[in-house]
Write a protein of this length. Sequence first.
Length: 325
Amino acid sequence: MNIVALVSWSPEIRNILSLSLGIAILIGSVVLLLSTNTGPRTGMLIGTAALLGWMMLMGLIWWMYSGSPASLGGMKGTASHWRVVDVNIGDIRQSEVAQATRLPVFDDPKVVDEILAKHPELEQKVTQGNPGRVITVGDLVEALPSVADEFKLTPDDLGGWHLLTPANSQRGDAEAVAGAELVAKEVFASSAEYKVLEAYDIGGKENDYPVPAHASCDWPLPWDTGCWHRVNNWFATTFRTHPEHYALVQVKAVVPEPTVPGQAPPIPQVDPEAAVVSVVMIRSLGDVRFPGFMIFLVSGILFAITCNTLHRRDKRMAANRAVST
């Protein structure tokens, strides 16, 4: 009774037993039918070859489609992600990453004031619905992209680094990873203790076909790109190595302010005396397709061995029948 109660309670044990029973019934019944017609050894060999052939095809499908958005499921490896390589407090020019030392150091509030002095209409546009918020350079560039050229915020002026605007999905992923690293290393106790100033990226694999300015999607190529341009881009980028892709997120501590019960939390203000903390990350491409490839490779080799064994058996039996007749 104790064993029955344990199996009925534990979902892990119940799932393992259910899977084992399913395999035993589905595969065992096929092997049993084959064994009654061809003998136990041959039946087991035929059933094993069929199973390995099926696994080879499934591995091929998983290998081909594991990286697509509409994936067919199956075994997947680690997806591409940001990996932190350096957390620098203070002068970014002292970073251990050579690419990070190329980023010019500039006074973010000063640049914001210069932009707003020339484009005062941007302040209302950026702070609409949230007065008193801290405005960053990325907010202003997102509101008016021409500001980047006007105030020398292009990659040519930033040592090859691209300024990422707050709406950029790549920036969101980098901020999440940077925040988790800062809390894990106890630089800050929580995300409420700092304010993200700017985020940048450099390197990575670029498309040969230029993305038009009116593109409104996050795919490598816009939806209205022609077929021939897509084919050309595929041939141009498929056989190119992946250069290192770095992201850099800069944060600064905020002035601690108590929250009054019954009132909205105060809008965090950046502490002007605090040091800038820069989190440098490198893009790891992951190995999403690797498990599918290994299943395809191993199953394919074993499938070839079992098929060759069956083929040699058939030849041996044919030779024995020829001698007997």
